[in-house]
Design a protein. Structure first.
Length: 182
């Protein structure tokens, strides 16, 4: 089994994924980033996300691990044959992916905070999109320790290096930086 873990996140200037209520505000939605994100999901063998991460219209067609503390190891998701509930403390991600029928390939990590943090030591790539001039005080951070520590500092600490910024929406000065493990 050989997996490559790839993270995808869009964050506010202060490193937040959503506001204090867990809602993604319209100011954090960027069409070009959504297109980039969906292309990444289309290429992935499987997705990993928390139980509160937003479902996409294509979610039922994708192989997914939905992280939860509510079970011992893994459990089927009722009515969703391509999804499996997974407790990261109960069984390794590799074991859960194999149970899901995914033997290898790219695995997209799409949040939330604890899931993004769990994979910090394992990312091959982390695509971090920043939306300047948007702050979400008290919001949900991309990683544990944000905003005390910046997402970029945590990615560096985890052994990833930034690539060149790619403009996604020049009118809003939104770009994505793909951080890669050396």
């Amino acid at each position: 089994m050989s997996y490559r873990f790839i993270g995808y996140a869009i964050v506010s200037e202060d490193g937040m994924l959503a506001d204090a209520s867990g809602t993604i505000p319209p100011s954090l939605i960027v069409k070009a980033d959504q297109d980039f994100f969906m292309r990444g999901l289309d290429a992935a063998a499987a997705l990993v996300h928390g139980r509160n991460s937003a479902e996409q219209p294509t979610s039922p067609n994708r192989r997914r691990l939905i992280a939860t503390r509510g079970i011992a190891a893994t459990a089927p998701v009722t009515g969703q044959p391509n999804a499996l509930h997974w407790n990261p403390k109960g069984v390794s991600v590799e074991t859960a992916l194999a149970e899901l029928g995914v033997a290898d390939g790219d695995v997209a990590i799409i949040g939330g905070t604890d899931i993004f943090g769990l994979f910090l030591p394992s990312y091959a790539i982390f695509h971090l999109t920043r939306v300047p001039n948007v702050t979400l005080p008290g919001g949900l951070p991309v990683f544990p320790r944000v905003p005390t520590v910046t997402p970029e500092a945590l990615l560096t600490e985890a052994g990833l290096s930034p690539g060149k910024a790619m403009a996604l929406d020049e009118s809003r000065n939104v770009s994505v930086v793909s951080w890669q493990r050396s």
